[in-house]
Design a protein. Structure first.
Ligand code: ZN
Length: 280
C-alpha cells in the first residue's frame, strides 16, 4: 500500500475512532445525570422515615396523656363525691387539696394532650407532602430512565456502525501501528496523525531532529513523533523547502499560525503521560 493511501486511511480512521471514543465517554456519563435526582429521592425517603418515627412517638405520648388525664378526672370526681360525706374541717381541707391537685393535673394533661395532637396533625401533614414528593420524584426518575435507555441504545447503534466502518478500513494496515494509533487518539482526544511542517510536529509543536524530519519526508515507513507519539506525515512548509532543512528557523513559532495557543499547554502535559505509557 502506498504511504499516501495509508495516511488517508489513518485520517479516516482517526475520525471514526474519535467519534467512537466520544460516544463511549457519553455512554459512561449518561447515568451520572440521574445521580442528583437519586440522591434527592433517598433524602426524601429518609426524611419520611424520621417523620414517621416522630409520629409514632407523639401517638404514644398522646395515649399516655389521655390515660393520665382520665385518672386525674376520676380522682377529682371521687374527691368531690366524698365532700358530701365529710364531717370535720380537717377532712374538708384534705379533700379540698385533693380536688385542687387533681384539677391542676387535669389542666396540665389537657395542655400536654393538645400539644401532642397538634404535633401529630403537623407530622401527618408533613408526611403527606413528603410522600407526594417521593411519588413525583419516582415517576420523574422512571421516565428519565426510559429516556436514558433509549439514548444509550441509540449511541450504541451509532457505535456499531462505526465499528463496521473501522473493520472495513483496517485490512492492510499494520496491527501494531493500529494499536498505537488507537491509544494516541484515545489519550489525545482525537488527533493521532499530524503533519510535520517546517521541521515542527503540528501535534506537540516540538522541533524534530533533522534526520527524523527527513525520514518523514521520504515517506517510506510510519514514523511516530518522539515527543507526542503521533504518526507524522510530511507537509510542505509555507516558507518552502530551504527552511525545512534549516535548523535555525525550523522551530520558529511564526509558522504555527493555525494552532491554538490554549491547547498548546494542555497538550504539553499530556505528552509526558503518553510517552510514559509507551515505555512499558
Ligand atoms: Zn509531536
Amino acid at each position: 500500500m502506498a504511504m499516501d493511501e495509508v495516511f488517508d486511511k489513518l485520517r479516516t480512521l482517526q475520525d471514526i475512532l474519535s467519534e467512537k471514543f466520544a460516544l463511549e465517554q457519553q455512554i459512561q456519563e449518561i447515568p451520572k445525570l440521574l445521580s442528583t435526582q437519586e440522591e434527592l429521592l433517598a433524602r426524601l425517603k429518609k426524611s419520611f422515615i424520621e417523620k414517621n418515627q416522630d409520629y409514632e412517638t407523639a401517638k404514644a405520648s398522646e395515649s399516655e396523656f389521655f390515660n393520665l388525664l382520665g385518672d386525674a378526672e376520676k380522682a377529682r370526681e371521687r374527691a368531690e363525691k366524698n365532700m358530701d360525706v365529710i364531717s370535720t374541717q380537717r377532712e374538708y381541707e384534705a379533700l379540698d387539696k385533693e380536688i385542687r391537685d387533681a384539677s391542676e393535673k387535669e389542666q396540665q394533661y389537657r395542655k400536654d394532650l393538645q400539644r401532642e395532637e397538634r404535633q401529630i396533625a403537623d407530622l401527618d401533614e408533613q408526611m403527606k407532602q413528603t410522600a407526594a414528593l417521593i411519588e413525583q420524584q419516582e415517576a420523574d426518575l422512571a421516565e428519565r430512565r426510559v429516556g436514558i435507555e433509549a439514548e444509550i441504545a441509540e449511541k450504541k447503534a451509532q457505535m456499531d456502525k462505526l465499528a463496521q466502518d473501522e473493520k472495513n478500513l483496517t485490512p492492510g494496515l499494520d496491527p501494531e501501528v493500529l494499536f498505537k494509533f488507537e491509544r494516541i487518539i484515545r489519550n489525545k482526544m482525537g488527533r493521532g496523525i499530524v503533519a510535520i511542517k517546517g521541521g515542527v510536529c503540528m501535534g506537540c509543536h516540538m522541533i524534530l531532529p533533522i534526520q527524523f524530519a527527513n525520514d518523514v519526508r521520504k515517506g517510506e515507513e510510519i514514523v511516530f513523533c518522539p515527543y507526542c507519539s503521533r504518526i507524522l506525515y510530511y507537509e510542505e512548509s509555507e516558507q518552502g523547502e530551504e527552511e525545512f532543512f534549516d535548523t535555525e528557523d525550523s522551530g520558529s513559532l511564526s509558522d504555527l499560525d493555525d494552532t491554538d495557543e490554549d491547547d498548546f499547554e494542555e497538550e504539553e502535559e499530556e505528552e509526558e503521560k503518553v510517552n510514559a505509557d509507551y515505555e512499558e
